[in-house]
Design a protein around this ligand. Structure first.
Ligand code: 5GP
Length: 191
């Protein structure tokens, strides 16, 4: 998606060799007009999939998922990072290791909001090592729902998550795929 790639080049900053900061337009301050373009692009790519629910993870996926949901005309469910130990029974639960915070979270979705009648599109801001996306896929599997695929805004294609998840036969559509990046050289895209 050219508009997104130009915006990353213009306003993104690289920290170390593997963190891309896009908090001026994507995951702190949010450019909602850009989100609408992103949502419309996800809708074009998944238009033939009969999506009736979008699943994301708090916090930074929620804004993008909500705007995208206006193109899909369906509800959004976000997986919550849970502190509670006493959750068995009412929720699907999985564990996710956070790339940015270096810790492990329990992530939950209420059984009321995901089930076998659902055809789910997962949406998230970044795909890096794949832990967040694999956790969300696990929740979809536990619910007996069908997975249409995953719509990712920025995939860091030099990290292993995307390849590993596509190798499972899961459709992953990333709108900007970063081939390499550095503080000196900036960001280079796959295509
Ligand atoms: P993964 O689980 O695929 O390693 O990482 C995905 C999650 O980590 C995303 O939901 C995102 O919040 C965060 N993340 C991973 N890499 C980056 C990055 O380079 N920049 C930012 N801002 N967040 C990232």
């Amino acid at each position: 998606m050219e508009l997104l790639k130009r915006r990353i080049q213009q306003d993104g900053t690289v920290k170390g060799n593997d963190v891309l900061k896009v908090d001026s337009f994507l995951n702190h301050q949010m450019d909602v007009a850009l989100f609408q373009e992103i949502g419309a692009e996800f809708q074009r790519r998944f238009s033939d999939c009969g999506v009736n629910k979008i699943l994301t993870i708090e916090a930074s996926g929620i804004g993008i998922a909500c705007v995208a949901a206006q193109s899909f005309h369906c509800p959004v469910v976000f997986a919550k990072k849970s502190q509670s130990k006493n959750i068995a029974g009412e929720v699907y639960a999985t564990r996710v290791e956070s790339f940015t915070h270096g810790r492990v979270y329990d992530v939950i979705v209420s059984k009321k909001f995901l089930g076998p009648e659902d055809r789910v599109l997962i949406i998230d801001d970044f795909l890096a090592n794949g832990a967040a996306l694999e956790g969300l896929i696990d929740l979809v599997d536990q619910a007996g729902a069908q997975l249409a695929g995953a719509g990712i805004v920025i995939e860091k294609a030099f990290q292993p998550g995307g390849d590993r998840i596509r190798a499972r036969g899961i459709r992953v559509e990333a709108l900007a795929r970063v081939k390499a990046m550095s503080e000196e050289g900036g960001v280079e895209f796959v295509d």
